[in-house]
Design a protein around this ligand. Sequence first.
Ligand code: S3P
Length: 172
Amino acid sequence: REIPLKEKSIVFVGFMGVGKTTIGKLVAQKLHRSFIDADSEIERKYQMPIPKIFKTLGESEFRKAEKNLITELCHQNLKVISLGGGAFLQEEIRDVCLSHCIVFHLDLSWEMWKERLDMLIETRPVLQGRTIEEIELLFQARRETYADHHSKLITDQLSEEEAANYIVDSLK
Ligand code: S3P
């Protein structure tokens, strides 16, 4: 059966550090839904932080776990789910999210994002060992993978609370 729009899970996509988890949690609270952070679920499954999963099991193992988890989550309704920034690189994840859920792309300008780099680098293996120029290229290239979405919000001028309110209103 076709899932009514009001029951569809909401999925947040976007680059590392744009606020998917923080804003996702706020949206879930406001909608009285449960919140799931895909990265935290994977960390719980392996009982290791993500940098350690990358180091000991490898990125491909992480990507497999990510695909299995997200595919399962997307078949559940009435959830708010934040994905890791690399999840949408996988076509199967894009397809399952776009067909079962409402996909929100959270975006930020490069100018604002780069101010957050220092805060992110330690916990984001994908950013480690890259120059700022390489990170900017990655940032721009990844944007294209997030272009498949149902709605997009640029959060440059918004607090997290304002962004969450805007999203909740847009769903009414
Ligand atoms: C990744 C983003 C991270 C996490 C992992 C890989 C990526 O999630 O899934 O470090 O490839 O962009 P956040 O977007 O929550 O940082």
